[in-house]
Design a protein around this ligand. Structure first.
Ligand code: ATP
Ligand code: MG
Length: 409
């Protein structure tokens, strides 16, 4: 991609009311645009990062045997009344009226997915069913102040699984825990699996995937030597306690960002919605449900919070908008040829071919944060200057060595 042709470049002209690091960096670097509080456009660079995040999520969720589909965002009130959530979730759900009919905008999809499945699966033979989609969620958030970490409109991958027994649900639930751990590892985020309450979703415990960060809105307690961790809303431990699980480690505390949350819902919604199957003996039983969320746009913001320095963002290789940032300093003739070569090697590159000063180009490259920077200038002769965003030193290499190294990174 030629940077001269890219819509959404770096800018100093962005809303200054955003206080969070993720919003400031992403706005300034041209990854997002703000429409109003809690509502952002993903500009082409931000869109590419989110697509990379989604692709990792998709690969790992597909590997659990789930099917991707797409459900509507505009829902009839009647379905939400079946579980009582039209009233109990009023605070967060956007509700509207048109032609004397009432509708809700999707803040989650349990009711919708159950309605979908109950029309198509009645026998024990039809289960388990595992379906997911990536879609927009609308939630009334009182004071969104955490940039893209807390939108009133945001992207979610939500997976739902329906089973004929708690045992079967439980087995799949822990497979999804493993899939989530693989997802966050590939994305480059270190997460803790934290026990938490189920909120408006379930009375049973849920599990949150939390990234330690001072800007997080959650507080968690965790063991410094085993995997024990609890959200402070339910925590039975305090800082300095001996870990109740391994009996060796000490309990530590931290602010954290919730990037994923999974819920063993059981039968409470299916009983309310008359969502039954016929078992082998011919009797009717309520379907056992679980749901599993990850917020790709919150993950985008979390990465910007975790990976940055005073110059800008530092994207992990796996989700970076491009692998390579090629900068021409007054040498577009030479740089064009390198760019063509990268394209023929299937290497995704952002090529800064603008007629602006070297300082501006190099500052922009640091701000945007693509992992590998290549510079072509009068000084580099027939070589290319190689630098990793996360490191300080530069090297002069020939094109073959550059290609070889890019393919290794
Ligand atoms: P929070 O406690 O932060 O308000 P939640 O527990 O209400 O979030 P869930 O219903 O568990 O959120 O949603 C699943 C996932 O969707 C979250 O783990 C997070 O990644 C993402 N998410 C939730 N709310 C938002 C939001 N307002 N903006 C962006 N992403 C969100
Ligand atoms: Mg949650």
């Amino acid at each position: 991609m030629r940077y001269s042709k890219l819509f959404g470049k770096t800018t100093r002209d962005f809303p200054k009311d955003e206080v969070s690091t993720n919003a400031k960096l992403l706005l300034k670097a041209g990854f997002i645009d703000k429409l109003m509080a809690g509502s952002f456009t993903l500009l082409p660079l931000g869109f590419r990062v989110v697509e990379n995040i989604k692709q990792i999520v998709r690969e790992e969720i597909d590997a659990t045997g789930a099917n991707e589909l797409l459900m509507p965002l505009l829902h009839p009130k009647e379905i939400w009344n079946e579980t009582g959530r039209w009233d109990s979730a009023k605070e967060i759900m956007y509700q509207l009226e048109k032609d004397k009919k009432e509708f809700g905008l999707s803040f989650t999809h349990e009711e919708i997915v159950m309605d979908l499945i109950r029309k198509r699966a009645q026998s024990f033979k039809d289960f388990p069913i595992k379906v997911y989609h990536f879609s927009t969620k609308f939630r009334y958030e009182a004071r969104p102040k955490s940039g893209i970490l807390r939108g009133r409109e945001f992207l979610m991958k939500d997976l739902y699984s329906a089973h004929v027994s708690f045992e079967d649900m439980d087995k799949y639930y822990w497979e999804v825990v493993d899939a989530y751990l693989r997802i966050f590892k590939r994305i480059g985020l270190e997460v803790k699996v934290v026990e938490a309450s189920g909120g408006v979703f379930t009375k049973a415990h849920s599990h949150e995937f939390q990234v330690l960060s001072p800007v997080g809105e959650d507080t968690i307690y965790y063991c410094d030597s085993c995997d024990f961790a609890q959200n402070d809303e339910i925590a039975k431990v305090k800082e300095g306690d001996v870990c109740p699980k391994c009996k060796k480690g000490k309990i530590d505390t931290s602010k954290s960002i919730e990037v994923g949350n999974i819920f063993p819902l059981g039968t409470m919604y299916s009983e309310k919605m008359g969502f039954y199957f016929t078992d082998q003996g011919g009797s009717k039983k309520p379907v056992v449900l679980a749901s599993y969320g990850i917020g790709p746009t919150r993950v985008l913001g979390t990465l910007a919070e975790v990976y940055n320095d005073e110059k800008g963002i530092i994207w992990p290789e796996s989700v970076a908008p491009y692998k390579v940032h090629l900068v021409s300093i007054g040498e577009n003739g030479k740089a064009d040829k390198i760019y063509e070569r990268l394209l023929t090697e299937d290497i995704e590159a952002l090529y800064d071919d603008r007629e602006v000063g070297a300082g501006e180009k190099l500052n922009d490259a640091d701000l945007i944060g693509i992992p590998i920077r290549l510079v072509i200038s009068a000084k580099t002769g027939d070589k290319i200057e190689w630098k990793l965003r996360k490191e300080k030193n530069t090297e002069l290499l020939d094109i073959e060595e550059v290609i070889k190294r890019i393919k290794k990174v």
